[in-house]
Design a protein around this ligand. Structure first.
Ligand code: ATP
Length: 195
């Protein structure tokens, strides 16, 4: 079974593209959603996070996101420590999930691939790109946040052009090119590669 990684900068449209793959009956795993879920539900992760960040990391059994975000926002080492706890568990979950799928190929969607080196576990990488201003306005509307807040999130990520240069295929999610035909073309390509 072929493994396809799907990535792109914030607001590029990864999740939107992932939904189109799902329409074509392709199993899609949202790695960022898995990481969030494991942080809420996995007993050994909860224990490690509590050891690392203290009892305030969870309130009434729920992850205290703003508390953690405040710490890792200011402290790059704390962010690294959090990633060192959450990444291996997410990777293990994804590896198991992949073996359970019955399909010619699967898609794993994640904001960070090249940053964590997990692109090496994929057969092909697909990047989604969109013009900067369009990404900013889409995220401002989606999350109801300011332009500054979007730019701040973006500044924490690898520059989009660098990311796209590392991908085998790039989907243009601008206002001129239609997404569905581009995804369909890739879908046909991956089906033939999987034979
Ligand atoms: P993040 O990294 O923040 O999770 P993302 O790359 O997954 O972002 P999406 O959530 O798919 O991006 O897209 C950002 C916003 O832009 C969403 O509200 C989505 O509905 C909208 N959007 C994405 N692509 C298009 C499009 N082609 N036409 C109209 N709206 C779009």
């Amino acid at each position: 079974m072929l493994k396809i990684g799907l990535t792109g900068g914030i607001g590029s449209g990864k999740t939107t593209v992932a939904k189109v793959f799902q329409v074509f009956q392709v199993p899609v795993l949202d790695a960022d959603a898995v990481a969030k879920q494991l942080m809420e539900e996995d007993a050994s992760l909860i224990q490690s996070i509590t050891n690392q960040f203290g009892a305030n990391a969870y309130v009434n059994g729920k992850l205290n996101r703003s508390f953690i975000a405040n710490i890792v926002f200011k402290d790059a080492k704390a962010l690294q420590q959090l990633n060192a706890i959450v990444h291996p568990a997410t990777i293990a979950y994804a590896q198991k999930w992949i073996t359970e799928q019955q399909a010619p190929y699967v898609v794993k969607e994640a904001a960070l691939f090249f940053e964590s080196g997990t692109d090496k576990e994929m057969d092909y990488m697909v990047g989604v790109t969109a013009p900067l201003e369009l990404r900013i306005s889409r995220v401002m509307h989606r999350d109801n946040i300011s332009r500054e807040a979007v730019l701040n999130r973006m500044s924490k990520q690898m520059p989009e052009n660098e990311k796209m240069a590392k991908c085998h295929f790039v989907i243009q999610n601008n206002e001129e090119e239609l997404l569905i035909p581009q995804v369909f073309q890739l879908h046909s390509h991956f089906l033939s590669l999987s034979k």
